[in-house]
Every structure is written in structure tokens, then in C-alpha cells.
Design a protein around this ligand. Structure first.
Ligand code: ATP
Ligand code: MG
Length: 569
């Protein structure tokens, strides 16, 4: 049977918050958002109030807001408890002089305190800057320096990686335990909420650094309707859902879809402290009865390479899964359908876009290999080199008609960079290459820089990688264009093997033939190298093709140099 699409499950579709994609043109309207949000009487608002305090005011104080586990111990917090804690924290910040627009950095492991301090910074009117817990000194320095951080909340372990002498803007640093103690004195204080304008800053996130130096993306309070509405329709949160997003708030997915979108929709949110561990993850789903699960292709591929492990767990609570950050290989979707009896819904967006722009809904058909369709109200286009729209099925630059609610406010103090995203005729350029089929489904080809020109043909790395991992021995693949005198570039694949497989004579040739017969002769990698692991971005686990290519070129240069030395010795 040809595998081209998967229909929505009827029972699930019937309950979905979005019933019909076809008849829905506009979801991002202020009216729509305001039905859900309770703005302050002054007409100003605050994202943290809308995430937590509003639910308490509306009588949901006893509902569970947060379930935390680090594998050893669990903690539970209701919305009322979260309100109480974040109120106290916000008071400490305000008393210490934090003002609207100040940058409060949060450098904590994935834990309730990390979520609470982010909300508290926003309650106090500041811009929250969450840092990923695995960042080492250079990464911390680069980010805190770039946006002149003034406040920092961290813990006794991570503080060792803060280069204080290099961040002269820093006014105060708290250890989280000390911070928590300071908050006790505000037990009975009034609400600390600072009401804000929609253009006031809310979050600063640095991009993943897949293509170069991370950019400091500032989002303003106006991003709120985007979070709210995509949370409602794409995450498809209902009151009885248990929602788990695996990423740390240091990556934009971990804050927008880990903190804001779910809590704006009153979801019960799960946090797992610690790193990826297949057994622990499966057991968490079973124990907490997770119904909606948001993760990334790399995590799904790692679970897939664990084989039958899933059989030891009851995973029937899962209603649907979501993926983001990297192309989601069709093989992974079919695997998930088998083992979870649920679909993975791919979502496409960027740190800069503030929220989902291309999505799949639980009520609609999905086409594995496609990232989905434009969120209703968003116009997505494929442009040629003159930034003019191309017809269906032609490959070109993936662009979005600007603006939309979540669009970034600025790249921190870099107007030139910000301006470079926009064309004269009103498009936002994503830096990705894609095509859109006649039904509006968008197919990712690669980053603009990753496309491979080989012997006159253009090849997207994603298609080759997806075919490679269909081979039973291949767990993950990173494909690059390796410079070649004759062909311009040749396709080179770096692969890791699935558990239980080891290299044997003829394996790489067998894999090459597999791609050649199943995809296309010109797309089959001329070189396949088996590696222990692929280089990935720290915060979002994306395969760093840029680095693979750079290393390959350096290797070639060394070879040329040593040849030359031999000849001229
Ligand atoms: P940098 O901008 O620093 O190079 P980055 O682009 O990886 O890093 P993010 O904002 O985390 O930073 O990621 C956005 C990019 O991730 C998109 O431009 C796209 O290349 C990729 N991406 C996101 N979602 C998907 C998806 N569903 N399928 C394929 N690629 C995706
Ligand atoms: Mg980017």
C-alpha cells in the first residue's frame, strides 16, 4: 500500500477544538483572543497574569497546574499555589528595583523554580531571559553580554558558569534558595502584577545557532494571542488533558509551548527534570497519564532506535503527539502510529515567528513528509530569487506574509539584522526552502544553505536522510554536500546505527543501494560514514549539518596539504 497520508481518528477529531480547517479563515483575531483573556480594566495586560492568576480568579485555583518529577521524587502544584509562589517572587524582584523592560535572566535546571521565576519576572514587568541548563561559560557570556542582563537567578551549581567580570551590566544575582527565602516575607502582600502595553518586552530568546551566531529575539506582550490560540487549536488542550513538552524553557519551544501556550489554556503541565532516558520517559507517560506530548524528531528517533522497549509500558493515554525544530521523517510518523496508536503532528515555526505558523490539527488529514498547512489567517508562500510567489509544487524560498501576532519585536539592538528578514513586497523570509502542494501542504526541503547541488541536480538533505533512516540499520542521518571538483558537490551521509546493529562488510554499500533504488540514483550518497554520534545544537538537539560540512572541508584541506608535503619533501 502506498503511504501518502493518515486520516484523523474519528473519535479524536470529534473532540478537537478546531473542527474544520477548510471553513476557518481567521483565528488570530483580537476579538477571538479577548473572549479568552481578561484584560485589566485599564486595557493593559500581563502574560503571567493571563497564564496563572486569571484561572484562580475564575475559580480554577484547585486545578493541578504542574506535575514535576525528576525520576526520584514528584511534586504537584495547583494554580493557586503557583499564583502564590510567583506573586512572592515578583515582589522580591520589584523590591530589588526591577523595572519594566529590565532583563532578568534565569539559569536553572528544568524544575518548577525555573518556570516560576520566568513568570515572576514577567509579573514584575521585566523581560525574562531563560538560559538552557547545559550552557557552559562562553554561551552564558555571549547571551548575557549581548542584551546587557541586569538580574540573574541561578543555583549553586550553575552559578559556577557565570563569568561575572564579563557582564558589567549585572546588578544583582540570586541563588534560587536565597531568592525563595526572601519571598517568604511577602506572604500576605497584594498582587504585584505590573500592567503592560502590548509593545512592552516579555521574553528574550536566542536562536538555536544552527546556521551561525545565535540571534537575540525579543518578543513583546503582543505575542499573547498567538500563544493562546495556537495552544487551543494546535496543542488542542482540553480541561482534562495532561500535557508534556520535553524541552527546557531555554529553547523557545520550551517557553512558548512549555509554559505560555499550555497555561494560557489552563492545561495541567508536566515537567521532567534531567536528560533523555527512554525508560524514564515511557514510564512518565504511563504514570502521569500524559495525553498530549510535544517533543522533537531527534527524541522520537532515539525512542525508535530502542526497539521494543515501549511494549513494557501502557501508553494508551496519549491522544496525539507534536514535533518541532527539524524535519520529521515519515518513517517516524508511521512508527509512532504503530506503537502509540496516535499521530505525530508536525509544526513549523522559528524563534523569530513567536509561535506556530505551519501546523497539523487533530481533526485533519496529515501527509507524512509534510510539515502541515498554514495556520488559518497566515499566508505562506514559496518565492523565487526575485521574491515573487511560485506556483504549487515548485521549490523555492519559504516565506510568510508579514505581520502576524507573534512576529518578533526586534533582534536585540540589531536593526540591520531585523530588517534583513523582510522583502520590499511584504514577505518575511524564513531562510528555509520548501514547496507547497495543490492542497496547501508544505514540504520542507532544507535550510537555504543546506541544499546540495550535485551534477546539475538540486537535492534537499531531508529527503535523503528520511530514506536513509527507513533502512533498518540506520538510526539517524545527517546529509551534506561535499565539494567535488567534477560534480560541484557529492552527497555525503553521516549515519549512526540502531541498537543491536554494528558495522559489517558491505553495509554502507547496501544502504547506498537502498537509497538508490528507493529514492533516486542521483540522490544516493556517494560516501557514507558511520559515526558514534552526530553533532547537534545543545538546546534543541538539531543535527548540525553546517559543522559536518565544515569538518569535512577541513579534513579535505588537510589531505591536500599532506599530499603536497609528500610530493615536495
Ligand atoms: P539559527 O537561527 O541560530 O541558525 P535555528 O534556525 O535552528 O538556529 P530555531 O529558531 O530554533 O533556530 O529554529 C528554526 C528553524 O528550525 C527553522 O528555520 C527550520 O529550519 C527548523 N524547523 C523548525 N520546525 C521545523 C519543522 N517542523 N520541519 C523542518 N524544519 C523545522
Ligand atoms: Mg534560524
Amino acid at each position: 500500500m502506498e503511504r501518502t497520508h493518515i486520516e484523523a481518528d474519528k473519535t479524536i477529531a470529534k473532540r478537537a477544538n478546531l473542527q474544520s480547517y477548510e471553513n476557518t479563515k481567521e483565528l488570530f483575531t483580537w476579538d477571538h483572543a479577548l473572549q479568552e483573556l481578561s484584560q485589566a480594566p485599564s486595557g493593559k495586560w500581563n502574560a503571567a497574569y493571563e497564564c496563572i492568576d486569571r484561572h484562580v480568579a475564575e475559580g480554577y485555583g484547585d486545578k493541578k497546574a504542574l506535575l514535576f518529577t525528576d525520576g526520584d521524587h514528584d511534586e504537584t502544584f495547583t494554580f493557586a499555589e503557583v499564583k502564590h509562589i510567583t506573586d512572592g517572587y515578583a515582589h522580591v524582584l520589584k523590591e530589588s528595583g526591577v523595572k519594566v523592560g529590565d532583563r532578568v535572566f534565569i539559569f536553572l535546571p528544568k524544575s518548577p523554580a525555573c518556570y516560576f521565576t520566568i513568570l515572576a519576572a514577567i509579573k514584575a514587568g521585566a523581560i525574562a531571559g531563560p538560559l538552557f541548563e547545559a550552557f557552559m561559560e562562553d554561551a552564558v557570556r555571549e547571551r548575557m553580554q549581548d542584551c546587557e542582563a541586569q538580574y540573574l537567578i541561578t543555583d549553586e551549581n550553575l552559578v559556577k558558569r557565570v563569568p561575572f567580570d564579563d557582564v558589567p551590566s549585572l546588578l544583582k544575582t540570586w541563588d534560587i534558595e536565597e531568592f525563595d527565602r526572601e519571598a517568604q516575607q511577602y506572604e500576605d502582600a497584594d498582587s504585584p502584577i505590573v500592567w503592560l502595553d502590548e509593545q512592552d518586552g516579555m521574553l528574550i530568546h536566542y536562536t538555536s545557532g544552527s546556521t551561525g551566531k545565535p540571534k537575540g529575539v525579543l518578543h513583546a506582550q503582543k505575542v499573547l494571542p498567538h500563544h493562546l490560540i495556537t495552544g487551543k487549536y494546535v496543542l488542542d488542550v482540553h480541561d482534562d488533558d495532561v500535557y508534556w513538552c520535553t524541552s527546557h524553557p531555554g529553547w523557545v519551544t520550551g517557553s512558548v509551548y512549555g509554559v505560555f501556550a499550555p497555561w494560557l489554556n489552563r492545561a495541567t503541565v508536566v515537567i521532567h527534570g534531567g536528560r533523555f532516558d527512554a525508560k524514564e520517559w515511557y514510564s512518565l507517560i504511563e504514570r502521569f497519564g500524559v495525553t498530549i506530548w510535544y517533543s522533537a524528531p531527534t527524541a522520537f528517533r532515539m525512542l525508535m532506535s530502542e526497539g521494543d522497549l515501549y511494549k513494557d509500558f501502557n501508553l494508551t493515554s496519549l491522544r496525539h503527539l507534536l514535533s518541532v525544530g527539524e524535519p520529521l521523517n515519515p518513517e517516524v510518523i508511521y512508527w509512532a502510529k504503530d506503537v502509540f496508536n496516535a499521530r505525530i503532528h508536525d509544526t513549523w515555526w522559528m524563534t523569530e515567528t513567536g509561535g506556530h505558523l505551519i501546523v497539523n490539527f487533530p481533526s485533519a488529514l496529515i501527509k507524512p513528509g509534510s510539515m502541515g498547512r498554514a495556520f488559518p489567517g497566515v499566508t505562506v508562500g514559496i518565492l523565487d530569487e526575485n521574491n515573487e510567489p511560485l506556483p504549487a509544487n515548485e521549490v523555492g524560498k519559504l516565506a510568510v506574509k508579514a505581520p502576524w501576532p507573534g512576529l518578533m519585536k526586534e533582534i536585540w539592538k540589531n536593526k540591520e539584522k531585523f530588517d534583513s528578514y523582510f522583502t520590499d513586497n511584504g514577505w518575511y523570509l524564513s531562510g528555509d526552502t520548501a514547496r507547497i502542494d495543490e492542497d496547501g501542504y508544505v514540504f520542507f526541503e532544507g535550510r537555504d544553505d543546506d541544499l546540495i547541488k550535485t551534477a546539475g541536480e538540486q537535492v534537499g538533505p531531508f529527503e535523503v536522510e528520511s530514506k536513509l533512516i527507513e533502512h533498518p540499520a540506520v538510526a539517524e542521518a545527517g546529509v551534506i554536500g561535499k565539494p567535488d571538483e567534477l560534480r560541484g558537490h557529492i552527497i555525503k551521509a553521516f549515519i549512526t546505527l540502531r541498537h543491536g546493529y554494528s558495522d559489517y562488510d558491505g553495509l554502507t554499500e547496501e544502504i547506498r543501494q537502498f537509497v538508490k533504488t528507493k529514492l533516486a540514483a542521483h540522490a544516493a550518497p556517494r560516501e557514507i560514514e558511520i559515526v558514534e554520534e552526530l553533532p547537534k545544537t545543545k538546546i534543541s538537539g538539531k543535527i548540525l549539518r553546517r559543522l559536518l560540512k565544515q569538518q569535512e572541508i577541513e579534513k579535505m584541506q588537510k589531505e591536500v596539504a599532506s599530499e603536497w608535503q609528500k610530493k615536495n619533501a
